[in-house]
Write a protein that binds this ligand. Sequence first.
Ligand code: LLP
Length: 403
Amino acid sequence: MIDFKALAKEYGTPLYVYDFDYMSEQYTKLKEAFRGRKSIIAYAVKANSNLSVIKHFAKMGSGADCVSIGEVRRAFMAGIPAYKIIFSGVGKSDDEIREAIERDILYINVESDAELQRVEAIAKELGTQARISIRVNPNIDPQTHPYISTGLHDNKFGVDLSTAKRMYIQANNSENLDPVGIHFHIGSQLTQLQPIREAAEIVADLIRSLQAIDIELKFFDVGGGLGIKYDDEVTIEPYDYAQAILGTLTGLDMTILCEPGRFLTANAGYFVTKVLYEKQNGEKKFVVVDGAMNDLLRPSLYNAYHEIEPLVDSTEPKQEVDIVGPVCESGDFFAKNYPLPPLQAGDLLVIKSAGAYGFGMGSNYNTRGRSAEVAVEKGKSRLIRRRESFEDLIALETEFLED
Ligand code: LLP
């Protein structure tokens, strides 16, 4: 049990707290599920890019899935070896492509025909060969929130099957490209196995048709997306997930690469916030807290549900309240009509499942410094990012201030 009251006292609020032991357990579960096959778990850095979090996974043997050169640099700094780093994203700049090639990462995941031409040209300039994979868009509905669905032709990600095949042929014939992998990612917070199985089957068929023309790929990259329990979701067991994927690969000797983010970190994370006031507007009761949408955006952006636990011993009846922050937006809420007992200023609320897409999607809106982040491991806590000060926020502007 994490002593949130003690942590709030020591580090202040609002505060992100991460249970590193839970992250290890999740990593091990997934790695074990692929036992008997060569596999790389490439942690999706975007889910929580704190250097200490990445380092924690690096120590467990994880790779990294990155979507900007900034994330690639973080992965290197945290000790992930180059041969376990991949770089995806629909809009990589020339500078990013160049640096990725120079750093000799496992592969660049190419998302369009035009990008393939750029990677080839840059590799040629550098007098080298770039290892690539191609992101295939299998046109499968993942049955998740439309904002985090990525595997339909309506979405901007990847290329269709026939384009992919053409690109593999070009890459295979190029002196400056080395096609080593194939990738798909149909969406995030997936709770249905069937769309994953269908997508894997489509991609495995493409691999076989490439084999027929002597194009041999080594890495079967199934993306991320494994869903977690925020509320009462029935989630996919890692074992079933692995079996569904492996079942499509009969006769293919490939290394599985998978890119989990949320599965590894979401339920390891807690956002601790302090009650400032309670207020009543007509019939509506609000609990105003010191954290806000700039700290944890998911409820505002996706109407996402996060369980909230008040750290009070109360036997009084619960009442439905809106839990809101100080930011000047009506959309600044953590929950609406949420049953809570009466609270006092200073009481703490723990917002759960906040370890993925929490801090990372934060901002400085309303000139609010971002929260501190704390790791808890084997019963001990340590600061892994200090709270931002006002001076931090203005540091990049002051030198330009005119008289
Ligand atoms: N690989 C690729 C290519 C991705 O696009 C993503 C997530 C992942 C892996 C990791 O997915 P995960 O295992 O975490 O589901 N901000 C949203 C989630 C956006 C996900 C973007 N891509 C949220 O808060 O729900």
